[in-house]
Write a protein that binds this ligand. Structure first.
Ligand SMILES: [Fe+2]
Length: 385
């Protein structure tokens, strides 16, 4: 049993339709004069970056822009964003976008103020000093990056995803405006929504779960499971979008403190090597990992089935837990998310190296409700093949 636990989150969270309009007052609270907006080209094209800049300009605030964040952002992108922040003399970074843009914003903020090379910041608690203030504005309901002390970057040389985990990455404030997510196409809604659901499910069944993280994870699962089909079916359903964004926030708060488990661990090696988007990589691995994990915590997996609205009344503990698995499989079918690794070019020959790779993700495997051996890892990948 763990003796102590720590709970940390973003100190100010503004939520609601139209909350983007309050960005200037958050900037004012932070006494910022020079703002760098870190974002991606898609959001520029969609006019969302222009909207934020206009809101800032109306309040007399000018800003510079770094809009070159790509999906699965590289270490080099974070370095270039930090260079932009230094060049602009920025005292505040606003991250606007999905998890990629928010993660780059968080890393650029700490790189901009200190000379420690980025290679020395990977791992847990390796950021020596506070960075620039950040304000994060998510435009997808997925990563929960606005409340996590984590940023994931791709190292193209080593074909690896590397994480920086430090409370110094937590933003000073976040703005969650569901209106920003209405333009997401159904496939992105599905992939990012599955990621958020998996955050909640993994935080809930993590060995580091606490009563506080459980509370958040349960509410997150209820909201996301109850709204994901609606948001997928009709992207303009603002109530469903709001539930998804709040759900991903709650899931982020839960996993930032309780951790995620083996689904994420198995997703990292395939994401890095086969360029499978994070939400899809997680979804593909979910059924195989879940089936393996059930016996590690039948009670909690059974409770997940209840949260998902599965009938559990007469079932025994094992059967209840299996109904959670059935519910996520049906959800994935409805959302038409890819189900197999082979659709992304993975073959039987790749499995030993992938299994060896997953055994290195010790930070996440330590949280898993069931211990995993190298042979287990290979057979789990084989099930998802
Ligand atoms: Fe994730």
């Amino acid at each position: 049993m763990k003796k102590t636990s720590l709970f940390q989150t973003t100190p100010r969270i503004l939520m609601g339709v139209g909350s983007l309009d309050q960005a200037p007052s958050e900037v004012g609270r932070l006494k910022a004069r020079k703002i760098l907006v870190v974002t991606d080209p898609g959001l520029v094209a969609a006019g969302i970056v222009g909207r934020l800049e206009e809101i800032l300009a109306r309040a007399g605030l000018s800003s510079n822009r770094f809009d070159a964040v790509e999906p699965d952002p590289s270490i080099e992108t974070a370095l270039r964003a930090a260079e932009s922040a230094r060049g602009a003399g920025a005292d505040l970074i606003i991250g606007l976008g999905g998890g990629s843009a928010l993660d780059v914003a968080k890393v650029a903020a700490v790189l901009a103020t200190q000379s420690t090379p980025i290679e020395k910041m990977f791992g847990i608690d390796q950021v020596p000093e506070e960075g620039l203030n950040t304000l994060l504005i998510p435009t997808t309901a997925g990563t929960g990056s606005e409340v996590t002390p984590i940023a994931i970057l791709s190292d193209h040389r080593d074909k690896l995803k590397k994480g920086i985990v430090s409370p110094r990455l937590l933003p000073k404030a976040a703005i969650l405006d569901p209106g920003l997510t209405v333009g997401l196409p159904p496939a992105v809604t599905a992939a990012t929504g599955m990621d958020a659901l998996i955050h909640a499910l993994e935080a809930y069944t993590s060995r580091n779960a606490t009563p506080l993280s459980d509370l958040l994870a349960e509410q997150a699962m209820r909201r996301i499971y109850g709204s994901l089909r609606k948001a997928f079916a009709d992207g303009d359903d603002l109530a469903a979008r709001a539930n998804m964004l709040e759900g991903s926030l709650l899931a982020g708060m839960a996993f930032a403190n309780a951790g995620v488990t083996a689904v994420h661990a198995f997703a990292y090696p395939i994401g890095a090597e086969f360029h499978i988007p994070h939400g899809i990589a997680n979804s593909i691995m979910l059924p195989a990992v879940l089936e393996f994990n059930l016996m590690g915590n039948l009670e909690k997996f059974g409770h997940i089935a209840e949260i998902f609205g599965e009938p559990v009344g007469d079932a025994n503990a094992r059967e209840r837990a299996r109904r959670a698995l059935r519910a996520v499989q049906e959800l994935m079918e409805d959302l038409q998310v890819p189900r197999r690794l082979r659709d992304f070019g993975v073959t039987e020959e790749h499995l030993p190296a992938l299994a060896a790779g997953v055994m290195n993700v010790t930070r996440l495997l330590a949280n898993n409700p069931r211990r995993i051996t190298l042979a287990d890892a290979e057979s789990i990948y084989r099930k998802a093949l």
